[in-house]
Structure formats: C-alpha cells, structure tokens
Design a binder for this molecule. Structure first.
Ligand code: ADP
Ligand code: MG
Length: 250
C-alpha cells in the first residue's frame, strides 16, 4: 500500500523528555486515517511533527523520519511542508480581526494558490462549500468570525486549511469542543473531502472513528501499538492494550 505520509521508528524529545518512542505509521492516499489513544499518549505531538509545527514550540530532538510522498519532511523547507500539510486544531482559532472572507483568503493568497481576484473569490467559495459553511456565511463574508458559533468557527478553520489546497489535512480532535450538529457537518464534509485530500484525524470518539475512518491507529505511550482497517481493528484488536482501550473508550 502506498503511503502519502509514512513514519518509520520516529522518536521525538521535547526539552529532553522522550515523547514519541518509535512511531510507525502509514496514511494511504485519499483515505481517512484515524489516530486514537489516551490523553497524553502523543497524538497531538505526532500530528505536529508531521507538518513540523512542533518546532515552533521550542527545543526538540528527533530520530527516525517522517516521509511525505516518499521525501523526508525534515529535508524540505518547513514553510512548504506546512502548506502541503494543513492543520485544524481542537479549539477553533480563526483570525479574530480578519473578515470571514479574509480568514479563508489570506493563507491562499500568501501561498500563491490564487493568482487574481476572481480566482481568489472562486477559491474562497469552493473552500467554504467544502466545509459546508457557504450557505450560512455567503451574505456576511465581510463580518468578523466573532458573529459565528463555535461550530461555525471550526468549519471556517477547515475552509481556511482547504484554501491552501493541501495534499494532507491534519485534524486534532476537531469536534471535541463543538455541538453534535456541527460535528456531523464536519464529518460529512470530511467523508466527501477524502477524494481530494488525505486526512489524518485524531479523535477521542470511538463512534466517530467507526463512522468516518478507513484506517485506525491506536497510540499508547508514544507508540502506535495497533493499526489496520477500521472494522478489523475495532472488532478484532489483537493487542491486549488496544483491545482494552477500544472496549472501554479512551
Ligand atoms: P495527546 O495529544 O495524545 O493527549 P500530547 O501529544 O499532547 O498527547 O502530549 C504527549 C506528552 O508530551 C504529554 O506527556 C505532554 O505532557 C508532553 N508534551 C506535549 N507538548 C509538550 C511540550 N511543549 N513540552 C513538554 N512536554 C510536552
Ligand atoms: Mg492532543
């Protein structure tokens, strides 16, 4: 199976503490790979290692590698990596002082995704439609995101990530802080998006993993201890810890 993101024995130390202890991972192209596991097991750290946002936080040391389409992300320009691998965080973080339109347009413009005004308008509309937000904001694109609900803000962040036309989309518990209706919209959007972008989703919700995941990876204490097609893993977890986590929730 061809992996668009692949890690091999990836280890990471933050301020001298070993957080990731040899992560083997593969995200097949145009699929949704879910990462589950208890709090503190290293899920967010691993996502941030894929697009190198982890380096913004401070002093890290690593061993092993993470490949993006066969090339080490650590051999590429980090700015290019973050354009090709976009991220949506747990707490919706739109730019508060920019309009709804500019929230989506700015990263696209900065990264040169749209060449002129009409391309940019098209792109913003496309991204908002994909994030299932267009109908709710089309009449107030000039307003600040403060007028939106938490769930709408998160869909705006999804649109902002999509407007960069990334190859990979990382989502770190994107529905943990929003209501069920908004969470469903995001799930529906992701299901459709996987035809255009490879998705890696961290979730705390086993049902969400079942509903939208193609592959599941169980992370525990800095390693992925079980991985495979969702149904196979959920119903026949081989590893005892994985089985416990999956049956008792995480
Ligand atoms: P998860 O997302 O699975 O809950 P995290 O990746 O956030 O786990 O954290 C994994 C471990 O790394 C935790 O023990 C956490 O305290 C530690 N950690 C995360 N970020 C930092 C940091 N910037 N500095 C020091 N330790 C960190
Ligand atoms: Mg986390």
């Amino acid at each position: 199976m061809k992996c668009i993101v692949e890690s091999r024995k990836f280890r990471l130390w933050i301020e001298g503490a070993e957080i990731l202890k040899g992560v083997d991972f593969c995200a097949p192209r145009n699929s949704i790979s879910v990462i589950v596991g208890p709090s503190g097991s290293g899920k967010s750290t691993f996502l941030k290692s894929i697009n190198r946002i982890i380096e913004i936080h401070g002093s890290i040391r690593r061993d092993g590698d993470i490949l993006l389409d066969g090339v080490s992300v650590y051999s590429l320009d980090p700015v290019e990596v973050r354009r090709r691998v976009a991220m949506v965080f747990q707490i919706p973080n739109p730019f508060p002082h920019l309009s709804i339109f500019e929230n989506v347009a700015l990263p696209a413009r900065v990264n040169g995704v749209a060449k002129n005004k009409s391309e940019l308008n098209e792109l913003v509309r496309w991204a908002l439609e994909k994030a299932m937000l267009w109908d709710e904001v089309r009449d107030r694109l000039d307003k600040k995101p403060g007028v939106l609900s938490g769930g709408q803000k998160q869909r705006l962040c999804l649109a902002r990530a999509l407007a960069m036309k990334p190859e990979v989309l990382l989502l770190d518990e994107p529905t943990a802080n929003i209501d069920v209706i908004n969470a469903k919209k995001i799930e529906e959007s992701l299901r459709e998006l996987k035809n255009e972008v490879t998705i890696i989703l961290v979730t705390h919700n086993p049902n969400q993993a079942l509903r939208i995941g193609d592959f599941v990876n169980v992370m525990y204490d800095g390693r992925i201890i079980e991985s495979g097609p969702v149904r196979e893993i959920v119903f026949r977890a081989r590893n005892e810890i994985a089985l416990k986590l999956l049956s008792e929730g995480w």
